[in-house]
Design a protein around this ligand. Structure first.
Ligand SMILES: C[S@@+](CC[C@H](N)C(=O)[O-])C[C@H]1O[C@@H](n2cnc3c(N)ncnc32)[C@H](O)[C@@H]1O
Length: 185
């Protein structure tokens, strides 16, 4: 079964968690990763990898000494990533992005240089999204960047309430077209 079809099946089972009908495009992946300085980054956190489109692109560029901590709540997506990606720099966690700090500590890692997030804020309950954003802010290094994509501008106000600066980018080369939020504390 193709990745697109497996993704769609997960969407039908867990609409409120998956929040998209198909995986993101490579064009969106490139825009999401554009702000990252891979020479300097030693800890990158990814929230909601799905089938791992961004995960694979991060690992292509990640420094040999760096770690990528990946949070995904859907067991089936975790199993797909485990099958497809063999890389000792990746730490895959089948748990919620609400627990970033707990897992950074468990793995002896410092705060994140960058966090890339695909959490679908339009459908995720308020309490969960607020916990995720508080954790994301708390677990970023000074000067760190939180990068989020969404299919609308609805998340702008929410992100502005957590981050000092929020810059916007956009790509029409995704289905649906996507906004990329680059947020700094
Ligand atoms: C819109 S999909 C994006 C998937 C992939 N990054 C992409 O761009 O194709 C959102 C993903 O976030 C995951 N997710 C939703 N809530 C989560 C949470 N609280 N913690 C971790 N992952 C979560 C979903 O299971 C899904 O894989």
């Amino acid at each position: 079964m193709s990745k697109g079809l497996r993704f769609f099946k997960e969407f039908l089972k867990e609409r409120k968690t998956v929040g998209a009908l198909s995986p993101s495009s490579i064009f969106l992946a490139r825009k999401m990763l554009a702000p990252i300085d891979f020479e300097k980054a030693r800890v990158i956190v990814e929230l909601g990898p799905g089938t791992g489109i961004f995960t694979k692109e991060v690992l292509k560029k990640l420094h040999p000494d760096a770690k990528l901590l990946v949070f995904e709540t859907q067991k089936n997506f975790c199993e797909m990533i485990e099958r497809d990606i063999k890389d000792s720099r990746m730490i895959l966690i089948n748990d919620s992005a609400e627990k970033i700090q707990e897992y950074l500590q468990k793995n002896g890692l410092e705060n994140a240089d960058y966090t890339i997030s695909s959490i679908p804020f339009t459908v995720v309950p308020s309490q969960i999204k607020n916990t995720i954003l508080s954790q994301a802010v708390k677990c970023l290094k000074p000067g760190g960047i939180f990068i989020q994509f969404q299919y609308s501008l609805n998340a702008h106000k929410l992100l502005k309430s957590y981050f000092k600066t929020v810059k916007l980018d956009f790509t029409p080369m995704n289905i649906p077209p996507a906004f990329i939020y680059k947020c700094s504390v």
